[in-house]
Design a binder for this molecule. Structure first.
Ligand SMILES: C[S@@+](CC[C@H](N)C(=O)[O-])C[C@H]1O[C@@H](n2cnc3c(N)ncnc32)[C@H](O)[C@@H]1O
Length: 237
């Protein structure tokens, strides 16, 4: 991006209110494979680039904007949400963390399935706004955390749901030690994933499989096999 273009993007993002932008430019529509849940989703006319900002929140023009992951339902989140809605005892009466919440899809499913409390952790500030709008649109309460909690201790929850968080090496390298600390604190961890490159396969035990659409094309790709796994402790030795 040229200096001029970067400055123009930054100036526009200063003017735009993310909640107003999302309500005006994204469509509140049912999620394919999850008709129980509606999300504000991007479409070809959304013009999402107008809302992008540097991913560390600084004015550093060298920083690439964080892609708007929150504007789509990812296969890993969709499969986890489907699993939770089909097996509500997984979450019923339990305190749940939706890690890497994006749109909030997984946390919304957990709340609808009877979780006693849902916390959603998402580092993208626009994502925090989107997931709050999505929670309200689905009539559920979710507490959003915009800080990166993966460097700290586990929160007070019974279950972590991690939907599609193994898409990049750097993210996986932060998430795996955090999930290990969660296991160490007695917290159950479930992962939803369509087989991304950084999925820690030796640490996973299959719980369920579904065909769900992944992000692609106009925000709704072809169904692909995706799975829910229990994340387990590393074998000693
Ligand atoms: C591929 S998206 C999946 C979103 C959602 N779970 C779903 O399946 O639709 C991954 C999300 O994880 C978020 N993320 C990455 N690192 C994170 C971290 N350390 N803490 C919280 N969220 C993080 C990204 O901003 C992004 O929204």
């Amino acid at each position: 991006m040229t200096e001029h273009a970067a400055g123009a993007t930054r100036d526009r993002s200063k003017r735009l209110d993310p909640a107003d932008f999302i309500k005006a430019n994204l469509r509140l529509s049912p999620v394919p494979s999850l008709p129980e849940i509606g999300l504000y989703s991007a479409h070809p006319g959304s013009g999402l680039r107008r809302l992008l900002e540097p991913d560390d929140g600084t004015d550093d023009e060298a920083t690439e904007p964080q892609p708007p992951y929150w504007a789509y339902a990812w296969a890993g989140g969709a499969v986890l949400a489907r699993y939770v809605l089909d097996k509500p005892l997984t979450v019923a009466g339990r305190r749940v963390l939706d890690l890497g919440a994006g749109s909030g899809l997984v946390g919304i499913a957990a709340a609808k399935a009877g979780a006693s409390e849902v916390i959603a952790a998402e580092i993208d500030r626009n994502g925090i706004v989107a997931l709050a709008l999505n929670a309200a649109a689905n009539g559920v309460a979710i507490t959003a955390i915009g800080d990166d909690i993966t460097g700290g201790p586990p929160p007070a929850v019974d279950l972590v749901l991690a939907g599609d968080v193994f898409y990049g090496q750097a993210v996986a390298q932060r998430v795996i030690p955090f999930l290990d600390r969660c296991l160490g604190a007695g917290i159950e961890v479930l992962v939803g994933d369509p087989g991304r490159a950084w999925l820690p396969r030796p640490r996973l035990r299959l719980r369920g499989e579904y065909q769900v659409p992944d992000v692609g094309g106009n925000g709704g790709g072809e169904p692909k096999p995706s799975a829910v796994f229990a994340f387990v402790r590393e074998k000693a030795g």
